[in-house]
Design a protein around this ligand. Structure first.
Ligand SMILES: Cc1cc2nc3c(=O)[nH]c(=O)nc-3n(C[C@H](O)[C@H](O)[C@H](O)COP(=O)(O)OP(=O)(O)OC[C@H]3O[C@@H](n4cnc5c(N)ncnc54)[C@H](O)[C@@H]3O)c2cc1C
Ligand code: FES
Length: 335
């Protein structure tokens, strides 16, 4: 048995088999719906709006979709199994995204678990994006559920570096795609990417900037800082970076160069578990504590956060406790 999926008021019509996950129907039609969790309902990136009332959200959807979004018919397309004809509205911000064929030019391990991956675009040969956005990697790997494994990685390069692009990938213990990129992808390999996706980017303004990241959360800030340098952005930046010990720090030469090129940039690394041999004299403790020690009042700033959901939630609390309005806090959770 099959059903009809009408997209954006009938602009396009797709056929779906009964029980097929909606995200799969969209992907089979080469429509780019980003996924960082392989359809497991954890990243929340695959949101669409559905005109029909499908009943209550499932448990995973309820964690990601706000009551306001629910009222607009929002669902996670990976959680919707097609069981009737559907009218689906795709987010407008997907309009500029497309498929890219790229060749890997370098894979450089910069810590024990983070690699910088540089690629050149083969087809098309240019990409436009906002510093802070991410791409989706489509891999030849299959997940346990048989689906092609796709994951998202933030661009660490600046738009002006096109036709080259760079990513920073942390090898997650037991991680299917990050492990494959870290251990097996090599220069000369061709990969399929899609994008750009995401709303995380530097907004214009004159307020001071607080950047907070951990691990591979460095990537979007590398892109944003390059873009700031290119645009001669005069804003004051305090960049807090959380790591366990010295072996988890990387990109330090580039950050030192930003310190010289930008008018008022300070990088503040903080180690939560420094080793005796690190001889560390810098900040120690959780990144939240370090941020709290630096500011009594953050009301004057815009804050940009990137990293694990736990780190981001904890930082939002510290910042709002110090007077920063939630509307001045922007973040990308690496779920
Ligand atoms: C918007 C966005 C941007 C992202 N950008 C980057 C980036 O620039 N660099 C980067 O390295 N990653 C980034 N990620 C995370 C990335 O998309 C993958 O989720 C990550 O690489 C894990 O995929 P995997 O296939 O290796 O692990 P999986 O095989 O999917 O998971 C294996 C195990 O690891 C756990 N796990 C999954 N992800 C994480 C995690 N991030 N930390 C700890 N445990 C985890 C899972 O619960 C599971 O138990 C981003 C995610 C999002 C949503
Ligand atoms: S792909 Fe649906 S929530 Fe991640």
């Amino acid at each position: 048995m099959s059903f009809i999926v009408r997209l954006n008021s009938g602009a396009r019509t797709l056929k779906a088999e009964a029980g097929e996950p909606l995200v799969q129907v969209l992907r089979n039609a080469r429509l780019r719906i980003p996924s960082a969790c392989g359809g497991r309902g954890r990243c929340g990136l695959c949101r669409v709006r559905i005109a029909q009332d499908l009943g209550p959200l499932n448990e995973l959807e309820a964690k990601k979709i706000t009551p306001d979004e629910r009222a607009c018919g929002c669902h996670l397309s990976c959680q919707v199994k097609v069981d009737r004809d559907l009218d689906v509205a795709l987010p407008e911000n997907l309009v500029g995204s497309r498929d890219y064929r790229v060749r890997v030019t370098a894979v450089t391990r910069v810590t024990h678990d983070i690699a910088r991956v540089r690629v050149e675009l083969l087809e098309p040969t240019a990409i436009e994006f906002k510093a802070g956005q991410f791409m989706e990697f489509e891999t030849p790997l299959r997940q346990a559920d048989g689906a092609i494994a796709c994951r998202t990685y933030s661009l660490a390069s600046a738009p002006l570096e096109s036709p080259c692009a760079e990513f920073m990938v942390r090898k997650v213990p037991g991680g299917l795609v990050s492990g494959w990129i870290f251990d097996q992808v090599k220069p000369g390999d061709e990969l399929k990417l899609a994008g750009p996706f995401g709303e995380f980017h530097l907004n214009p303004g004159e307020r001071d900037l607080i950047f907070i990241a951990g691990g591979s959360g460095m990537a979007p800030f590398a892109s944003i800082l390059k873009e700031m340098q290119h645009r001669k952005d005069p804003r004051r930046v305090r960049y807090f970076f959380g790591a366990k010990s010295v072996r988890d720090l990387f990109y330090l030469d580039e950050l030192a160069a930003f310190g010289k090129a930008l008018p008022d940039f300070t990088f503040i690394p903080a180690l939560s578990e420094p080793l005796p041999e690190d001889n560390w004299t810098g900040e120690t403790g959780l990144i939240t504590d370090v941020v709290a020690r630096h500011f009594d009042d953050c009301a004057h700033a815009d804050a940009y956060l990137c990293g694990s959901p736990g780190m981001i939630d904890a930082c939002i609390k510290v910042l709002t406790d110090r007077g920063l309005s939630p509307q001045n806090i922007f973040f990308d959770k690496f779920t």
